[in-house]
Ligand binder design. Structure first.
Ligand code: ZN
Length: 174
């Protein structure tokens, strides 16, 4: 069982399978639902056929639903650099945000701080390179828009997570 070392709630989902490749990607989503608990319920419902490793709620609380060694069902039909089975090679984080349901609300600071800490934990354990910290919209363009234009990629990049254009990575303290 691979769980985050950070404080979290363990709410297992039955929606997972075996990975067919090693983890080398971190994939960000927003839930597009009205509340964190509703999203957790959906990601744990057998009939939904979807899941994710983690959900970070608006208050920064982390819920883990699938062991990181297992293949969660969050990417759907997707593609990146010749690979189509993104679920097999990625860890998925769902970030609670209603998206288009509420005119794309801002992500609270405390939530992003938790996303940053969780991402650092995952990246370190799987040695994920910055160029493979991606959004769902990157791997499913035209089909998915999450985590959306409000998602603070620049703030994450300044914390050493992912990439941002024209940033001097050598100057970062990571
Ligand atoms: Zn998504």
């Amino acid at each position: 069982m691979i769980r985050t070392g950070l404080p979290h709630i363990w709410c297992p989902s039955p929606n997972f399978g075996e990975r067919k490749s090693a983890v080398d990607m971190l994939l960000m989503h927003y839930t597009g639902m009205n509340s964190g608990p509703a999203a957790v319920n959906w990601l744990r419902a057998e009939k939904s056929g979807v899941s994710c490793h983690y959900l970070v709620d608006v208050d920064g609380a982390i819920t883990q639903m699938v062991c990181e060694s297992k293949r969660a069902w969050h990417a759907g039909k997707s593609y990146w650099q010749g690979v189509e089975d993104i679920n097999s090679c990625s860890v998925g984080i769902e970030i609670q945000n209603a998206g288009p349901l509420a005119a794309f609300p801002d992500f609270p600071d405390v939530q992003i701080a938790a996303v940053i800490e969780l991402s650092k934990d995952i990246i370190a354990r799987h040695a994920i390179v910055a160029e493979r910290v991606l959004g769902h919209s990157d791997v499913a363009p035209g089909r998915k828009i999450d985590p959306g234009e409000k998602f603070p990629w620049e703030r994450l990049a300044k914390a050493g997570i992912g990439v941002w254009p024209n940033m001097d990575r050598a100057a970062l303290e990571v």
